[in-house]
Design a protein. Structure first.
Length: 92
């Protein structure tokens, strides 16, 4: 495949534009604020440990949610994690 110098220069120009665009996209991604729920950070673990104490004491899901001032969905997430941890300890 033979290409002329002009074709090669056009291709280089196109690739340089693409690289510049991708560099801008990368910079924007690096500067993006990481938001949302941070899974298993310190605050989450403290709330989870509180859940474990209440759950093992026999409190209901809704009572735990009211006590911790969180949604019942959060308590169900804690319960799912709790069940996973129990299953792992039983396999050992």
């Amino acid at each position: 495949m033979t290409c002329t110098l002009e074709e090669a220069l056009r291709r280089i120009e196109k690739l340089e534009k693409e690289n510049a665009y991708l560099r801008d996209e990368l910079e924007a991604a690096k500067n993006r604020k990481m938001s949302g729920r941070k899974k298993h950070n310190e605050k989450w673990m403290n709330a989870y440990e509180d859940f474990v104490i209440c759950f093992e004491a026999g409190m209901s899901i809704s009572a735990i949610a009211k006590k911790q001032c969180v949604s019942s969905r959060t308590i169900y997430r804690f319960r799912e994690y709790y069940d996973q941890q129990k299953e792992r300890t039983l396999k050992m």
